[in-house]
Design a protein around this ligand. Structure first.
Ligand SMILES: CC(C)(COP(=O)(O)OP(=O)(O)OC[C@H]1O[C@@H](n2cnc3c(N)ncnc32)[C@H](O)[C@@H]1OP(=O)(O)O)[C@@H](O)C(=O)NCCC(=O)NCCS
Length: 185
């Protein structure tokens, strides 16, 4: 499932994305609140292989964000089951290559991924998690209209859980008809 935005093309992870993804995952600043350390290339490849299985099983997982202007991978994001449990609500996630931070790319991609989750998958709710000190990611959640739900321990670390319901998303879309906040993909 390929998604497009004004500046990005979101493509499901394949082996050929390794170099572009590793340019991001190999940066400790990007991974600071995710794993706390940079990934080695073989770890990125292992993640790609795992994610390919999720795409086959569920029809959604992680995308690479290709910048249409340059053809480069500038980020990655996901719609996946929280904590990997199919009984859990869907989670949205994001990361952007450091030299591309603060250009609105994560927000732009998040709108497309959320619209896919609510519109195509019919999700009743979408959640997002971040390390409590990851205030940038938390700000992005708030900008998307998500609300604090709980503090939990997931992936062996404390996390803040934010969420937004499908109805709340639709209400925001109705209030902002000029934006791409809609349920269509
Ligand atoms: C979190 C991250 C994906 C944001 O990507 P980005 O493309 O720079 O974000 P955007 O430019 O779309 O900004 C969206 C909102 O995020 C917040 N934000 C982004 N950068 C910020 C900063 N340096 N300081 C404060 N708020 C910031 C703002 O609310 C911003 O909205 P605004 O521009 O209207 O103020 C990026 O910083 C990143 O990759 N971080 C490392 C990986 C990571 O921690 N991922 C999340 C794991 S939970």
């Amino acid at each position: 499932m390929i998604l497009t935005t004004a500046r990005l093309r979101l493509e499901p992870w394949v082996d050929g994305h390794l170099e572009g993804l590793q340019a991001m995952n190999g940066d400790p600043a990007v991974m600071r609140y995710i794993t706390g350390r940079a990934y080695r290339a073989e770890e990125t490849l292992a993640e790609i292989r795992k994610v390919q299985g999720y795409w086959r099983k569920f029809g959604y997982s992680w995308w690479s964000f290709f910048e249409t202007g340059t053809g480069q991978i500038v980020g990655a994001g996901c719609i996946q089951h929280l904590a990997g449990d199919p009984n859990n609500p869907l989670e949205i996630g994001w990361r952007i290559r450091r030299d591309k931070w603060r250009q609105g790319l994560a927000f732009e991609a998040a709108i497309a991924m959320a619209a896919f989750a609510f519109g195509t998958l019919g999700a009743p709710v979408l959640c997002a998690i971040c390390h409590p000190q990851n205030t940038v990611s938390e700000s992005l959640m708030k900008k998307l209209g998500m609300h604090f739900q709980a503090r939990r321990s997931l992936h062996d670390m404390p996390v803040l859980v934010y969420e937004i319901s499908r109805d709340a998303w639709a209400a925001r879309a109705a209030e902002s008809p000029s934006t791409v906040l809609n349920l269509r993909t």
